[in-house]
Design a protein around this ligand. Structure first.
Ligand code: ADP
Ligand code: ASP
Ligand code: MG
Length: 445
């Protein structure tokens, strides 16, 4: 199958039977789409996370389970409660209840992923049945057969070699002559235990499967008709970008544009697979194509915002002209699998932001770092990223940006490492206004 396309449908796209029907119509109009990768129905993963976190109160657990059941029942009702599937979904809900009871006694990371994965397992079963109702046969496939990962539960990393080999063996033959429906977000460690790729990970799953299947395109169907100049929920004047390069879109995803999981474009870049982002509610509205390069390369393309940033400042009075200090610090962070985003240095200080919350900075990490330097941890910050082209080469870029922010306290600036971004930290409380002001000044309609 040389023309295969992979389509991913996010949570709102499979929220209920009407939404699922719109996805089915998209697939029916695109016979080259042989693999549909689904998220859990909207709201389901949040409920499962609450159950997996070891909710202590039986009444609270019962309420969460009821909400979960209502979402699944709503879809089953629209399908006239097919007997076998209804029983299957009921079995899954009982299984979730048992696992949640265990988590209340002793929550573990492995149990967490096993519980949270049930959302995608249910949505895909329901979607296959909905397709069957419409006369569009499709095969349900358990992605854990191919999405092999390490065992870092909640943030598992795929094993690309195993994924490619298993896709070749298990999935490619199925996709050759029919539509296959599978789960995003979930995988399995070598010992068979269920893992997950991190919140929002279904985009990444779709891109990884597209890469392994040699797809000619990956479509990300969501609730907005494309990637916008900034989050349209924040700035109503934001507009969809028809075409954007891999480099720019990767910066956007990394620095908080929720529309794409940060790792989504890595597989696409490796295999040069164009990625389309569109709305399953309005497929006719078009969307954004992400490609290797685009004819237009504006200086300013988009703004992204990432909240809850942790800024770590390490001070060592004797750092001046001493070698090895940064290596020590990064060695400790690497040992604890903490990755760093932004960095600035001075004579005796290094400031850096982490790509995850303060919970990674455990007492153990702080004690180890504390042996080499004084440590200051600041929270309540937001990272603003301006994305564009040749920004570090064009005179006056910084002036234009910072003039628009003359009344804002800017905590840290990173500029020049890439021609595609200029990042800075502001207080969380100012973040929305900063995006609104910058969008008005730098990205006018
Ligand atoms: P899905 O459930 O389909 O994966 P998400 O909620 O993860 O959808 O992502 C879509 C949301 O991303 C949009 O509703 C929008 O609010 C948000 N978003 C943030 N930044 C952008 C952007 N630059 N362009 C489009 N959407 C964005
Ligand atoms: N269902 C998962 C989540 O809500 C994965 C996804 O939607 O991409 O995070
Ligand atoms: Mg998403």
């Amino acid at each position: 199958m040389s023309q295969l396309t992979v389509a991913k449908f996010g949570g709102t796209s499979v929220a209920d039977a009407d939404a699922m029907s719109r996805c089915a119509a998209i697939l029916e109009q695109n016979p080259d789409t042989r693999l549909a990768v689904l998220s859990a129905s909207s709201g389901v993963t949040n409920l499962l996370v609450a159950l997996a976190s070891g909710e202590q109160q039986p009444e609270a657990r019962a309420t969460l389970l009821q909400q979960l059941t209502d979402i699944q029942q709503g879809i089953l009702d629209s399908l006239n409660k097919p007997e076998m599937l209804t029983r299957h979904i009921e079995d899954i809900l009982v299984h979730i209840k048992e696992l949640a009871d265990s988590a209340a006694i002793s929550p573990t990371k492995a149990l967490h992923d096993e519980i949270v994965a049930q959302g995608e397992l249910m949505s895909t079963r329901l979607f296959v049945e909905l397709l069957r109702h419409r006369g569009t046969p499709a095969v349900w496939f358990d992605v854990r057969k191919v999405m092999r990962t390490d065992d870092r539960f909640s943030r598992a990393a795929p094993d690309l070699g195993l994924l490619s080999a298993e896709v070749e063996r298990e999935l490619k033959p199925l996709c050759d002559n029919q539509l296959v429906v599978t789960q995003g977000f979930i995988g399995a460690a070598n010992d068979g235990r269920t893992t997950t790729l991190g919140r929002g990970g279904s985009d990444f799953s779709a891109a990884l499967l597209g890469e392994a299947l040699d797809a000619i395109a990956v479509q990300i169907w969501t609730d907005v008709p494309g990637i916008y100049t900034t989050d349209p929920r924040l700035v109503s004047e934001a507009r969809a970008i028809p075409e954007i390069s891999f480099s720019e879109a990767s910066e956007m995803a990394t620095f908080g544009a929720k529309v794409l999981h940060p790792a989504t474009l890595q597989p696409a870049v490796r295999k040069q697979i164009p990625v389309f982002v569109g709305s399953s509610k309005a497929p006719e509205a078009g969307g954004t194509w992400i490609r290797n390069s685009t004819p237009s390369q504006p200086l300013f393309r988009a703004l992204a915002l990432r909240r809850n940033q942790v800024l770590l400042t390490l001070t060592n009075q004797s750092m001046f002209q001493v070698h090895g200090f940064l290596a020590e610090v990064f060695g400790i962070l690497a040992k604890h699998k903490i990755s760093v985003d932004l960095i600035t240095t001075s004579e005796i200080c290094v400031s850096l932001t982490l790509d995850a919350g303060a919970e990674l900075l455990t007492d153990e990490v702080q004690a180890e770092l504390g042996k080499h330097c004084h440590l200051k941890v600041e929270q309540g910050l937001a990272l603003v990223a301006l994305i564009g082209n040749r920004m570090s080469e064009v005179n006056g870029t910084g002036t234009r940006v910072f003039q628009a922010l003359e009344n804002v306290n800017i905590r840290m600036i990173c500029y020049g490492a890439s021609p595609h971004n200029l990042c800075f930290l502001v207080q969380e409380d100012n973040a929305n206004q900063v995006i609104i002001d910058l969008h008005r000044e730098l990205l006018p309609a």
